[in-house]
Design a protein around this ligand. Structure first.
Ligand SMILES: Cc1ncc(COP(=O)(O)O)c(C=O)c1O
Length: 326
């Protein structure tokens, strides 16, 4: 087989553990043929899968959004994932769960599919480089969106990531860490485009001093506004949800509302969120020019929110990402 089999990891296919070298699915599987599948990425804190029920519920919701019936209960899948993590025995795990519509005759028609194929992969958790948290990252503004956006499957975590991976390729060519998807209608300037999300992340803006036209109390006054786009044309991230839950307790006023690129640029701090990466400060917006966010360094408000997020997920005892050696 081409490619490299990871050195460590545990794979279940339809509930059966298989050696990694033989962890294969049929070329007639619709996940392979058409990207006809949904997935989840879960991580552990202290060895325990975080938000497992939420992830399993989202997987079932995603399946329902793409009209795929799953013949098992959320409880059964939760138990299977938990068992796989325990069996793998890594200090911290990365878990990927993939469900395809299954194997069938060639043809687009979903009715050709048999039973869904279910894959659970458990690997040792690899964290992003410390520099991402210590120095912040740049994102490339890309006028694109996910394959399911604007369709009846909007919001599903489908495995069709072609737009995302091409955008990531473009971002890397521009020295950026992640693409930032913006939705630009034909008749509007790029600055008026709506900010959506990152290639594999949700995005947030922090305003410390009040925005233009709004009476700002200033950072001294403790006014900290956290803004994130609504769950329309984005993936409703589980990290996003927990950041939003942690924010009021950390002294943030939360607004979930559409945000233009112009307003996003005016933020004092920006950050992106995802399961493995938690909160990553964004310090550069790369587009037709390069905009430096705030001071150009990761901001204090983002770090405080990160600590509040850690407390909420019960991981206060672990080293903060920017404090790790390396
Ligand atoms: C498009 C997209 N948005 C947002 C996220 C973040 O979601 P979560 O916080 O649940 O990992 C992801 C994660 O893969 C993603 O692919």
């Amino acid at each position: 087989m081409r490619g490299v089999t990871p050195a460590r990891g545990l794979v279940l296919i339809d509930g059966v553990q298989v050696p990694r070298e033989r962890a294969v699915v049929s070329v007639y599987d619709r996940g392979f043929l058409y990207g006809d599948s949904v997935f989840e990425v879960i991580r552990t804190y202290g060895g325990n899968p975080f938000g497992l029920e939420e992830h399993v519920a989202r997987l079932h919701r995603s399946a329902s959004k793409i009209a795929m019936d799953l013949p098992w209960s959320e409880e059964a899948l939760t138990a299977e994932i938990l068992g796989a993590v325990r069996e793998a025995g890594f200090a911290e795990s990365y878990v990927r769960v993939i469900v395809t519509r299954g194997v069938g005759q060639l043809g687009l028609d979903p009715d050709l599919a048999g039973e869904p194929t279910r894959v659970v992969m458990v690997h040792p958790l690899t964290l992003p480089p410390v520099a991402a948290y210590r120095d912040g990252v740049g994102v490339l503004v890309v006028e694109s969106m996910r394959a399911t956006d604007g369709t009846t499957a909007e919001g599903a975590k489908s495995s069709n990531y072609l737009a995302n991976l091409l955008a990531l390729r473009e971002a890397k060519l521009h020295g950026a860490y992640e693409p930032l998807f913006v939705d630009r209608r034909a008749d509007v300037a790029l600055d008026d485009a709506e900010v959506l999300e990152g290639g594999t992340s949700n995005v947030f803006a922090i305003f410390l001093t009040g925005e233009a036209g709004e009476p700002g109390e200033g950072a001294e006054g403790g006014r900290r506004l956290l803004v994130t786009p609504p769950e329309r044309r984005i993936l409703g991230g589980i990290t996003r949800r927990h950041v939003l839950a942690a924010a009021p307790g950390a002294g943030f006023e939360v607004r979930i509302e559409p945000i233009t690129l112009r307003r996003f640029r005016g933020a004092d701090e920006l950050f992106l969120t995802s399961t493995v990466r938690e909160l990553v400060p964004v310090v550069r917006l790369i587009g037709t020019d390069t905009h430096v966010v705030g001071s150009g360094r990761p901001g204090e408000a983002t770090r405080e929110l990160h600590k509040a997020f850690r407390a909420l997920v019960g991981a206060s005892g672990l080293p903060l990402p920017w404090e790790r050696p390396g």
